[in-house]
Design a binder for this molecule. Structure first.
Ligand code: SF4
Length: 344
């Protein structure tokens, strides 16, 4: 195990304040922050989860989900322990609800993580499963090495990083993010104890304006964020902050961890999908359902399928070399080349 001094903190006498995520915890001596990954040791803030890995494996980019970023590629995906959010329906609770000091786990140096990606023949690296922001120092080291080796760097995140943390990640080589929007202000207050998600939305806009590819995910959870007002707030905010070209994934919830409401009704998902389309969002998807027609990318001009998917495989790319619809020539929002893959 190796503790690493935090990149973003300030000292106040013997207390320190962490500026990694928007919780901005103030820690007295020997205390750890909300996420369990930072500790005040002798008036300095350390990341005590640095390189302690809970899972790592090669995965398709579509599973993040990122549908408009190197379609058909794979990313070596890794996670640590703990989280700075409290979702009681978390699918990854076995690692997100465990803090680094509560478990014995493997230390994997950043250069080894990159080496695994290269050995597997992956196209990039992805920090996922738990909130990656709380491993900022590790991400910076992995992303820098990854970029120097020609790999892309992506994160699946709740976008609760501070502006300083986001700038640090961009500088280290962050290429794309899949951002989970948890709902409207009421949902953030009730389930995350966050008064206002505006900083999160502004972070998303800043990332996009600074060259990071971005797609949003809205997991509609019954009795948590499924009211029509809440759904409209999320979709309107997506449009306002990110514009109509940014893809949105409307995902179905299934019971997990400590939340046992039945899965999201299909009508709710279809209603949200139609609302997003009516507002003019060009790329709208429904995820976690059997009907894969809602996972295809359709040309916003002629309506024909430009990328056909089956679950997390890219079956057919109807795109020109320069990323245009093969049928009508419309430019499609896309980073990288579309690659057809086998069914998994
Ligand atoms: S990263 Fe952890 S310690 Fe730092 S502000 Fe966020 S929750 Fe608190």
């Amino acid at each position: 195990m190796k503790y690493k001094e935090a990149l973003l903190y300030r000292r106040y006498d013997n207390r320190v304040r962490c500026f990694t995520c928007i919780r901005r915890c103030i820690l007295r001596e020997k205390a750890s922050g909300f996420c369990g990954n930072y500790m005040n040791i002798g008036g300095r803030l350390y990341n005590i989860g640095y390189g302690l890995i809970s899972a790592h494996e090669s995965r398709p980019i579509e599973i993040k989900p990122l549908f408009h970023f190197h379609p058909g590629s794979t990313a070596y995906t890794f996670s640590g322990w703990g989280c700075n959010f409290l979702c009681i329906w978390c699918q990854n609770y076995s690692l997100s609800k465990v803090k680094p000091l509560e478990i014995v786990s493997n230390y994997i140096p950043p250069e080894n993580m990159v080496r695994y990606a290269l050995l597997k023949g992956d196209d990039g690296l992805c920090a996922s499963f738990n909130e990656p922001t709380i491993h900022l120092e590790y991400l910076v080291d992995v992303f820098r090495i990854g970029r120097s080796k020609g790999l892309y760097n992506v994160m699946v995140t709740n976008a609760s990083y501070t502006r300083e943390a986001l700038e640090t990640l961009i500088e280290a080589g962050l290429d794309a993010v899949s951002v989970d929007i948890k709902g409207c202000p009421k949902s953030y207050r009730r389930f995350q104890g966050i008064a206002n998600p505006i900083e999160i939305l502004e972070n998303m806009r800043y990332a996009k304006e600074n060259g990071v590819h971005l797609e949003t995910v809205f997991l509609i959870v019954p009795k948590a964020n499924d009211g029509l007002d809440c759904i409209k707030w999320v979709i309107n905010s997506h449009l306002k902050y990110l514009g109509p070209d940014t893809p949105i994934h409307i995902n179905r919830y299934y019971p997990a961890y400590r939340y046992f409401e039945p899965p999201t009704p299909m009508e709710t998902l279809y209603r949200a999908y139609e609302y997003a389309r009516e507002l003019g969002i060009k790329y709208v998807y429904i995820g976690n359902i059997i009907d894969t027609n809602y996972m295809n990318t359709y040309c916003p001009r002629c309506g024909k399928p430009v990328i056909l998917r089956s679950q997390y495989s890219t079956l057919k790319c109807n795109l020109t070399e320069d990323g245009r619809c093969k049928f009508c020539g419309e430019k499609i929002e896309l980073i990288g080349r579309c690659r057809e893959t086998r069914l998994i």
